[in-house]
Design a protein around this ligand. Sequence first.
Ligand code: GLU
Length: 308
Amino acid sequence: MVSKMDYQKVLEDIRKEVEPLLDKGLVADYIPELAKVDITKFGIHLLFLDDSSFSVGDTEEKFSIQSISKVFMLAHCVSHIGKKVYDRINVEPSGDPFNSLVQLEYENGIPRNPFINSGALVVTDLLISHLQDPRQQFLDFIRELVGQNDIYYDKQIARSEKACGYKNAAMVNLMKSYGNIENDVEEVLDLYFDFCSVSMTCSELAKAFRVFANHGKGVIDEKKYISESQFKRITAIMQTCGFYDEAGEFAFRVGLPGKSGVGGGIAAILPSQYSIVVWSPGLNKKGNSLAGLKALELFTTITGTSIF
Ligand code: GLU
C-alpha cells in the first residue's frame, strides 16, 4: 500500500505513461455525436470513503457515461422491485459484443446479463412498468447519489443514437416477440437512449459510484440505497460482465469490479475503500477505453489495491 500522500504523484505518473496511447484508440462513431469528442481528452479521479480525493487531467469536463448508466439502472430497479429483476435477465458473462443479437435468439429472448444492451433494455422495460415517472425518477436517483442537481440527459446524444439505433431496435423487437418486453417498443427505446445519454464529469461519477464502494450506503447522507445482498450481486455482475467481452481481461489486468461505456469512461470500485473513474474517449477493439484500461492497470499494480 502506498501512503495517501503519494496518490497524486501516482496519478500524474500514470497520465505520463498513457499519454502515447491517447490518439491510438477509436471513438465510438456508430453514435455520430460521440465521434465529435476530442480523442486526446484524459481524466482520472480517485475518491476515498473518507472524502479524500485525487485528480489529474480533464476531470471536470462532462462526458457521455453511456453503458456505465446500466449499473445505476440496475441498482435503481432492484431498489424498487427487488430480485424479481433476475427472473427476466440472467447473470452470466456473454462472451459476445454488447449489442450482439445471436445469443438472444437461441436463449429465447432472455438476456445473458443486465450490463449488455439487451439486459439494460429489459431493465428499462421493468422501470416503465413499475415507476410513475421513470425518466425523472432515474435522474433524481443519480442526482441524489452525486449530491448535485446539475446532472442531465444529453438530448443531442440521445437523438443521435436513436437516429442510428437499428441494433437496439432489433433487440427490443426480438425480445418482445418472446414476451420479454411488456411495454411499447418505441417507449422502451427512447427511455433507454435517454438513460445512456446522461453526462457527468469524472469527479461527479466517482461520487455517484462511491455508493457501491460503500456497500450500497450513501457516504454523506448514510441512506441505504440498496441492501447488502443487492450490493453483493451488483458488484459480482460488474466483475464478471462489466467490460463487454473483455471482462476476463479486465479482471486479469486491473482486478476491480467496474463498468465501462463507449463514451470512453470506466468507473470502478474497491469495496470499503474507494471509487475511481477514468475517461479517455479512444476505444480498443472490444469497446473499452484503451488508455483508461491501461491507466487502471497501472494504478492497481502500483498501489497494490485490487480485490485480489
Ligand atoms: N447507448 C449505447 C448503445 O446502446 C451504449 C453502449 C455502451 O456504452 O456499451 O449502444
